[in-house]
Design a protein around this ligand. Structure first.
Ligand code: 7TS
Length: 406
């Protein structure tokens, strides 16, 4: 598919914002949705909306088949061994909270360690802080290199045989760093720890193979990968999930309920209490079909080109600091000297250019960078070099605007 065909699949891109063609550079926050996903949701609600796993009526069976079919698509997408390892959640945040609450609660104690890095998103920090407080475990941080990458020597030095959980993002939502997850997993396992991967910024852009990575848990969100909001995935190694207690209980997840005792359904349903996110899961299945039709290799290559082009063009803008390593995923985080990033985003918005400004839910990383906030342009399969040119023009205009006064 060429870029013109890809863009034509995203109806939202064909509009003007503040009198200018929309330039959407905020896909790391949430991606836009192709027409195939929108139509899949529309068809579900128009034609076979029904609850799943109950009753025998035709619509219910159709909805159940579509929901479970989406689970199989997710399994294949990340090369998991079994659909028993694929749990639908509300998103990455919920998935990591579930791991901390369930695995963490039962496997951590005084003196045990949880290891994360300085670049993590709050979703991969706070659940660990909370479970550390409740269990007496200690939270430790792998330091970063000056360019915002991880040196495996630092992983070796931080992870010990007291470490029970290592949890690291695959791609940084701020620095664009692509972390050596396979190598970190090997170190975690060698020390007897389980490996949790935050795949929120990786799953939309690159092939993830959980067998090859050998990770124990993986979390990601549908809305960042062309799917609907409110759906995400928790992958867990079957042997671990089997031993874990559900975090939520209630309808749907039970096998048998007596007055004082209950038993759970088998995997993965014991972790999906209540009416599940039916439309969301079916929509995520359609998003996976779309990404696979385009090809993840093509998406990654396109974003790599855009990131290189953006780095080259932005480095020519005087007074602009770019954060993160040279080799990076498709996003660029930066600051312009003497201009607050919120002002940068506001001036760009007046020209129809959407970027994110703020701490990007990574306040420990902001502290490490010694800034309170940054601006971020993030790219996806539908972005073009012309859009990056518009960003650069907008940034030059922003600088002039603030240096010349109003
Ligand atoms: N982990 C990473 C690496 C993320 O980038 C995000 C969201 C999350 C976890 C949480 O995902 P959620 O779907 O559960 O909210 N990151 C961003 C961002 O960079 N801008 O807005 C949301």
């Amino acid at each position: 598919m060429n870029i013109h065909d890809i863009r034509s699949m995203f109806p939202i891109l064909d509009q003007e914002v503040n009198g200018k063609p929309l330039v959407y550079l905020d896909s790391a926050a949430t991606s836009q949705k192709p027409v195939t996903v929108i139509e899949t949701l529309d068809r579900y609600y128009r034609e076979y909306n029904s609850n799943v796993h109950r009753g025998v009526h035709t619509l219910g069976t159709k909805a159940t088949d579509a929901y479970e079919n989406a689970r199989e698509k997710v399994r294949k997408f990340i090369s998991a061994s079994s659909i028993q390892e694929i749990i639908f959640t509300r998103g990455t945040t919920t998935a990591i909270n579930m791991i901390a609450e369930s695995y963490g609660r039962d496997n951590l104690g005084e003196g045990d360690e949880i290891v994360i890095t300085y670049m993590e998103h709050h979703a991969n920090i706070i659940p660990w802080q909370q479970i550390a407080k409740r269990t007496g475990a200690k939270l430790k941080y792998i330091p970063l290199q000056e360019d915002g990458s991880i040196d495996l020597k630092d992983v070796e030095a931080t992870v010990t045989n007291q470490t029970k959980i290592v949890s690291v993002m695959m791609v940084s939502n701020v620095l664009g760093t692509i972390n050596p997850i396979k190598e970190i997993t090997e170190i975690a396992h060698r020390n007897g720890a389980v490996m949790v991967v935050d795949g929120a910024q990786a799953a939309p852009h690159m092939k993830i193979d959980v067998k090859d990575l050998d990770c124990d848990f993986l979390a990601f969100s549908g809305h960042k990968m062309c799917g609907p909001t409110g759906i995400g995935v928790l992958y867990g190694r079957k042997a671990l999930l089997k031993k874990m207690e559900p975090v939520e209980t209630g309808g749907e997840m039970i096998d048998f309920v007596d007055l004082y005792e209950s038993t759970w359904k088998e995997l993965p349903w014991k972790f999906e209490a209540g009416t599940p996110i039916i439309a969301g899961a079916i929509g995520l299945g359609a998003a996976i079909d779309f990404l696979e039709d385009v090809g993840l290799d093509q998406i990654l290559e396109h974003e790599h080109k855009l990131a290189n082009y953006a780095m080259e063009r932005l480095s020519q803008v005087e007074g602009l600091t770019i954060y993160g390593p040279k080799h990076r995923a498709g996003l660029v985080t930066f600051n312009i000297e003497d201009v607050h990033p919120h002002d940068v985003a506001t001036v760009l918005d007046a020209d129809g250019i959407a970027v994110r400004a703020g701490h990007h839910c990574a306040q420990p990383l902001m502290k490490w960078l010694k800034v309170s906030a940054t601006a971020r342009a993030s790219f996806y399969l539908y972005n073009t070099e012309e859009e990056i040119d518009k960003l650069v023009e907008g940034l030059i205009k922003t600088k002039e605007y603030f240096s010349n006064g109003f």
